[in-house]
Design a binder for this molecule. Structure first.
Ligand code: C5P
Length: 233
């Protein structure tokens, strides 16, 4: 445990409008380094919004969970290479060829970008996997897709914090692993079911924790962000 690398906080900027987003960032001040922009704000405001966030000094995790034929995903990575984005997600279940093409586009156009493969969505349970004709357990499927992704050259994974131990045991300390579903002790779980505290996730080998509502809904978001960061060191 003492060998674990530094774990950083990423704010999931899950608000409805650009105005709300900037008001929240103003309240957070300099308590934060990373912002995750998801589908909601990206589809509403597009690349300009990404540039605006980066212009304010934040590192950007663009969570678009790309999934399409290899050529289309590679072209999307090429387009995103023109944006100030440090982390970008795609679905591991798009397959090895899609992952390889995406990573080739990354290497050619955005060598400083890290791609993160989403294995099994935390909203999926085993019954839902079975409904897709996937007979494996959730953990076996996560390991399988993680292996596929890392063999394709992808830099990291997004997974539930409860999958950190088996993934680190199998793949070592090198892959970036990003974990949502984080809740400080005593805060509401909301609808998240498989949760961990920031400290426990950092100890289990998370590279980045993604936290939304515990910060966004706090009376003092900056204090909430700082308290979470204090748990990571
Ligand atoms: O508010 P909360 O901390 O639950 O937000 C978690 C963030 O992480 C949300 O943006 C959510 O979409 C994202 N996420 C997740 N589970 C995944 C992948 C992403 O909760 N498997």
């Amino acid at each position: 445990m003492s060998e674990t690398k530094k774990c950083s906080l990423i704010l999931a900027l899950d608000v409805e409008t650009r105005e709300e987003a900037f008001a929240m960032l103003d309240r957070l001040g300099d308590s934060l380094e990373w912002v995750k922009i998801g589908l909601q704000l990206f589809t509403a405001y597009g690349p300009d919004f990404v540039r605006e966030i980066a212009d304010k000094g934040y590192k950007v995790f663009l969570d678009l969970k790309l999934y399409d034929i290899p050529n289309t995903v590679a072209k999307a990575v090429q387009s995103i290479s023109t944006l100030p984005v440090q982390l970008l997600t795609l679905h591991a279940s798009g397959g090895g060829e899609m992952l390889e093409w995406a990573n080739k586009a990354r290497a050619d156009y955005a060598p400083n970008l890290d791609l993160l493969a989403v294995t099994v969505l935390t909203s999926m349970n085993e019954a839902q996997l079975h409904s897709l004709n996937i007979k494996a357990s959730t953990e076996a499927q996560v390991i399988h897709l993680a292996n596929l992704s890392l063999n394709a050259g992808i830099q990291g994974l997004v997974c539930s914090s409860l999958e950190l131990n088996p993934l680190r045991a199998r793949f070592g300390q090198n892959p970036i692993i990003v974990t949502p579903g984080i809740r400080p002790a005593g805060s509401s779980a909301d609808e998240q079911k498989r949760i961990m505290t920031p400290h426990a996730a950092a100890c289990a080998g998370s590279s980045y924790i993604v936290v939304g509502r515990p910060i966004l809904k706090a009376d003092d978001p900056a204090a909430a962000a700082k308290a979470i960061q204090a748990e990571l060191v």
